[in-house]
Design a protein around this ligand. Structure first.
Ligand code: ME8
Length: 647
């Protein structure tokens, strides 16, 4: 038993609309990690909550003719119901409207103000109400709209308090550079380094144009602007003001798990606030990818949101949890499809897991009247099963401890397949016919029950209800909620002489008619790059090019000799490349994937005869090639002399 403390958080969600399956994804990940750490014996604190202030909520409440708190009460109750249905095991639920939080935010404001890091100024800017973000002219998209959501922005000018974030720019940059694990995955880290290098401006932290917020303690006409209110939520429930012992135990947080678009707030603004408070920084900010439908992030206006409650009612919470955790690699975007969910249920849950349990219980019932007899001696096949069980426990442990959740699940499922194969290899039905093979049969039965015991423990972070059901059907004496990972690090903890319980189906197979699909995602015809392979192949026929067409493109090996950020464009880098005969300037949208150090000296392929174009006002003379899939991207590199022709 470790007795280490472990503090994990999800973002606090805006009660501006119903939660969709994308929000459930984030909370399910955090829940699985929290459950794993409890299993490993850690003292876990798992926090989620709601982010209830701001103009957007105030406007929605006004439109509904009710007070903002009445509006958020109703939606927050729906959040809490969803987390209950999904068996989310959070230790606290923080609402930013709770007096305990208001006290913390005001105290933090006071402390930072007294330190001289907050001053009054005036803010002029372009504001996006739905995103609660200010933008400069240069940051707007090509339509002059919010670069995050594409909606119109409005000009705002008002007296406001500012947090001196610029003062901490060098310190936070140094910290990120010196602590490679602080921001994960690595692509997010590079993006943040490039962002800070463009310069950090002071942060506007108060507003006077609406009043749905926590009052600034020294100036009641202002309310505290959302991010200063929201980020500090992580300090409230762990005793920042009222329980120093608890605070010492859980702060700094081990992981703030957040969606990729809010990594910036968590890994730059939040650490600067903490530095101003002289508090240690969280150990890790983990930016997960988005759940997308047909390559597009779910959003109400696109009509592609998937309601998790409907899915839970139809398939049960464990199947949804399993799918989200198994199907998507944590740092990358992943596609949600109900058909893929049903396939996973049928193959992994009904077939692999369900059958293994069912066969095991049936045979122990039939061949040994339900009694688990002692194993004596072992065959080579038994030994290989045992070795694979121990390897699966280790791979599970390693995967969960490093946020490689999908890998951890794969390791468990490969053991489940191994155990199913073990049944075929040992053919217990043949052993049962031979009175001389009684001990051999007893060994096989023991090993299968023991394998199922281990599986039930290993699946518990992903599928807590199913894990409990397996445990119950095996009729193991220990209270399942008390079971820890240590009990499966060694083979042979199933007590001899227990009588197994009644077999019950875990997951019935699902025959899915098209009309049964909860929501057939809308086809997003605008997003051609996300077409499936089949579709792309089909269309390729209409667009074939000849070798002459291809030869018009001049591709050549060049070396990257210089890298600079493009001001106010966090995705772009200005590269200088050496073509062998000249130096060229190329603008490339790879800032989120590479730092300057990683690019200098790379030999890449340049489209030499591309018409020069201006990106964010900077001329680009050509384009370098890169390969991308889902959320990953790599520039194409070659090991050939500069100037080599690519054909
Ligand atoms: O940003 N797939 O709240 P929020 C995966 N209140 N994750 C998704 C998603 C999708 N399709 N859609 C949304 C806020 N999310 C602030 C946070 S924290 C101090 C304040 C994730 O309700 C999103 O990436 O807009 C984010 O991490 C979370 O839901 C909350 O989003």
């Amino acid at each position: 038993m470790s007795n280490k403390s472990f503090y994990i958080t999800t973002p606090i969600y805006y009660p501006s609309a119903k939660l969709h399956i994308g929000h459930a994804y984030c909370t399910t990940i955090a829940d699985a990690v929290a459950r794993y750490h409890r299993l490993a014996g850690d003292d876990v604190f798992f926090l989620t909550g709601s982010d209830e202030h701001g103009q957007k909520i105030q406007e929605k409440a006004e439109a509904a003719g009710i007070k903002p708190i009445e509006y958020t009460d109703k939606i927050v109750a729906e959040f809490q119901n969803l987390w209950k249905l999904l068996n989310i095991s959070n230790d606290d639920f923080l609402r930013t409207t709770q007096p305990r939080h208001e006290k913390v935010v005001q105290e933090i404001f006071r402390r930072v103000y007294d330190k001289g890091d907050i001053y009054k100024g005036s803010y002029k800017g372009l504001y996006c109400t739905p995103c609660e973000s200010f933008w400069t002219e240069l940051q707007l998209d090509e339509n002059g709209c919010c670069p995050d959501c594409g909606r119109p922005v409005k000009e705002v000018s008002e007296e406001a308090y500012f947090f001196k974030m610029s003062k901490y720019a060098d310190r936070i940059l140094k910290y990120i550079e010196e602590n490679p694990d602080f921001i994960q995955p690595v692509s997010r880290r590079n993006e943040m380094i490039n962002f800070i290098k463009q310069g950090l401006e002071d942060l506007c932290i108060s507003r006077t144009s609406f009043d749905w917020g926590i009052p600034v303690p020294i100036d009641e006409k202002h309310v505290i602007y959302v991010w200063f209110d929201a980020l500090t939520n992580y300090l409230t429930p762990i005793g920042f003001l009222d329980d120093p012992e608890k605070f010492k135990k859980f702060w700094p947080a081990d992981i703030h798990l957040v969606g990729k678009e809010i990594v910036r707030f968590h890994s730059i603004i939040w650490p600067c606030i903490l530095m101003a408070l002289d508090l240690p920084l969280p150990k890790q900010i983990y930016g997960h990818g988005w759940l997308v439908v047909d390559g597009t992030k779910m959003s109400k206006s696109l009509g592609n949101v998937i309601d998790p409650i409907e899915l839970i009612e139809k398939y049960g919470p464990d199947a949804i949890r399993y799918f989200l955790l198994r199907e998507i690699n944590l740092g990358q975007d992943g596609n949600f499809s109900e058909l893929a969910l049903v396939q996973r249920i049928n193959s992994d849950l009904a077939n692999d897991l369900g059958n293994l349990l069912h066969r095991t219980l049936n045979m122990v019932g039939k061949f040994q009247e339900g009694e688990v007899l002692a194993a004596k001696g072992s065959s080579e096949i038994d030994d290989s099963l045992i070795a694979e069980a121990m390897a699966a426990v280790k791979a599970f442990d390693d995967g969960m401890g490093t946020m490689k959740i999908s890998d951890a699940i794969k390791a468990v499922w490969s053991f489940i397949s191994r155990a199913n194969k073990y049944i075929d290899e040992t053919a217990p039905w043949t052993l049962a016919k031979d009175p001389d093979k009684k001990q051999e049969l007893a060994n096989v039965m023991y090993n299968l029950v023991e394998a199922m015991r281990i599986v039930s423990v290993l699946v518990s972070p992903f599928m807590p209800v199913t894990a409990g059901k397996i445990w119950q059907q095996l009729n193991l004496p220990e209270d399942f909620s008390e079971v820890r990972l240590d009990s499966v690090r060694k083979w042979g903890n199933t007590p001899v002489g227990i009588h197994i319980g009644k077999p019950e189906q875990l997951f019935p197979r699902i025959e899915l008619a098209k009309e049964d699909v909860v929501q057939e995602p809308k086809k997003n015809t605008a997003n051609k790059k996300n077409k499936s392979g089949d579709e792309a192949d089909k269309n390729a026929g209409d667009n074939l090019i000849t070798i002459d067409d291809f030869s018009k493109i001049k591709l050549q090996v060049v070396e990257i000799t210089g890298v600079e950020p493009v001001p106010k464009a966090d995705k772009l880098l200005k590269l200088t490349v050496d073509t062998g005969t000249e130096k060229r300037q190329v603008v490339s949208g790879i800032a989120q994937y590479y730092t300057a150090d990683q690019l200098i000296g790379k030999k890449v392929i340049l489209v030499m005869n591309l018409k020069p174009a201006k990106l964010r006002g900077v001329e680009s003379q050509g384009m370098i090639l890169a390969a991308s899939k889902d959320d990953a991207l790599e520039v194409v590199t070659v090991d050939m002399p500069i100037g080599s022709i690519v054909k």
